[in-house]
Ligand binder design. Structure first.
Ligand SMILES: [Fe+2]
Ligand SMILES: [Fe+2]
Length: 256
């Protein structure tokens, strides 16, 4: 199956007109499309089916649980399939069955192990203060994000370890990255990077392809495993004023 991948368009501030990539059979939106949700309407009459996984910015200033339900409704009204801790199987033009396994994933701050967690959470507080999100009337802070991230991780691990049942290949879609290998080279492996990447390297072999966003740099690398490597791809766009948009490939199509 040929997938178009877009993420981190940040249409709440960026001006950018997404276009269908020639030959794509499905569009995957891997989060941070529009913090205000308005621009999701641009995908209403997309020429291919659209799958959406929320980014952290879709939750800016909102209650996490209320927003998940409302965002799901908003996507459904636009004909977009939002996935959160859900998997679906879709068939491509050649009859191959692709399982898409999706969750925002958030950050559990364990990228550098439990000993470095406290430092990673202190670094992450900066982003959570900016986010101004809540859960049940309390701030959605680093501890709340870690709890949500661990719930996502538990679901993801169980789903990926489920015996093959009606699919030929597996594509994981997360907003947060699965490995420090996805770290933004501008910042490298510092404490703040644990707010962007998780140590899900142990899960990579269960996926044929892993698509993510959140890092405002593009990534496309292979991780060795028995039976052929796992390909990890990020095609985020980011912010033009920070020079992040140049490497973004608007018409990137990934064969999965
Ligand atoms: Fe982003
Ligand atoms: Fe993000």
């Amino acid at each position: 199956m040929r997938l178009q991948l877009l993420s981190d368009l940040h249409l709440e501030t960026e001006s950018y007109d997404p276009e269908p990539a020639p030959g794509a059979e499905l569009l995957v939106l891997a989060g941070d499309i529009d913090a205000r949700w308005d621009a999701l309407a641009r995908f209403r009459d997309w020429s291919q089916p659209v799958i959406f996984v929320a980014g952290n910015h879709e939750y800016d200033g909102r209650d996490i649980d209320d927003a998940t339900a409302a965002l799901r409704d908003r996507c459904a009204s636009l004909g977009i399939t939002m996935l959160e801790r859900e998997s679906i199987v879709v068939a491509d033009g050649e009859g191959a069955r692709i399982r898409i396994v999706a969750t925002t994933r958030w950050s559990d701050f364990d990228l550098f192990g439990a000993v470095a967690r406290a430092k990673a959470m202190r670094a992450g507080s900066y982003f959570m203060d900016l986010m101004q999100a809540t859960r049940g009337g309390r701030p959605f802070d680093v501890a709340a994000m870690r709890a949500e991230a661990l719930a996502c991780r538990a679901w993801l691990e169980a789903e990926l370890k489920r015996p093959r049942d009606g699919w030929d290949r597996t594509v994981v879609v997360t907003h947060f990255a699965p490995s420090v290998k996805s770290a933004d080279p501008r910042y490298g492996a510092r404490s703040g990077t644990a707010s962007f990447c998780n140590a899900d390297d142990d899960l990579l072999p269960f996926a044929d392809t892993w698509l993510h966003g959140h890092l405002h740099c593009v990534q496309d690398y292979a991780v060795a495993r028995a039976g052929g490597p796992t390909r990890v791809v990020c095609n985020s766009r980011g912010h033009e004023r920070r020079g992040e948009t140049e490497a973004h490939r608007p018409r990137l199509v990934i064969d999965v």
